[in-house]
Design a protein around this ligand. Structure first.
Ligand SMILES: [Zn+2]
Length: 176
């Protein structure tokens, strides 16, 4: 008697199951596709050419500076010139700082070339999800700006705001 099997409760559930179904079938809507580049193929080709030229120019500069800084153009300077040594070190630090900047720019150029390839070149990264409407061309970066700085990620208005915020933050840090 005690070993009597439990009756299967399976049949009692169907109403619940059918009720939850519509909710399950409605997954959260996928986000709208990001805006695509509005430039023509020819324009993109021109931007790519500009980017590659700039990249080439920068990497040659970096190469030259690295040689100068590391081997030292004035390496033949003898111990007699020890007094100048301090300023040599300064020059070297300064040059290495420039190299860092230029390498950063080269990385930005590579990213811009990737954006040309995946069709998002010229879309402002700050305005891509929710246009901030800072400028008339939002969410696109002004063409003139890209002609001047082909690796720009942001529209000029956003870049200005970001720069101002950075300055305010730095000023605050200085006060502390
Ligand atoms: Zn923007």
């Amino acid at each position: 008697m005690a070993s009597k099997k439990k009756s299967a409760p399976k049949k009692t559930a169907p109403t619940v199951a059918t009720r939850t179904e519509p909710e399950k079938a409605a997954p959260s809507a996928p986000p709208p596709p990001p805006p695509k580049s509005k430039f023509t193929k020819d324009e993109l080709k021109q931007f790519k050419t500009n980017l590659l030229q700039l990249r080439d120019q920068l990497s040659r500069q970096v190469g030259g500076m690295e040689r100068d800084a590391l081997t030292g153009k004035d390496a033949e300077v003898s111990v007699d010139h020890m007094a100048d040594h301090g300023s040599d070190t300064f020059d070297q630090d300064f040059t290495l700082g420039l190299i860092e900047n230029e390498e950063q720019t080269i990385r930005e150029i590579d990213l811009a070339i990737e954006r040309i390839q995946d069709g998002t070149y010229g879309v402002c990264e700050a305005c891509v999800e929710e246009p901030l409407k800072l400028c008339k061309t939002c969410p696109y970066i002004q063409k003139a700006r890209l002609e001047a700085i082909p690796y720009a990620r942001y529209c000029v208005e956003y870049a200005r705001v970001a720069e101002r915020n950075r300055e305010i933050e730095e000023a605050r840090d200085d006060e502390e």
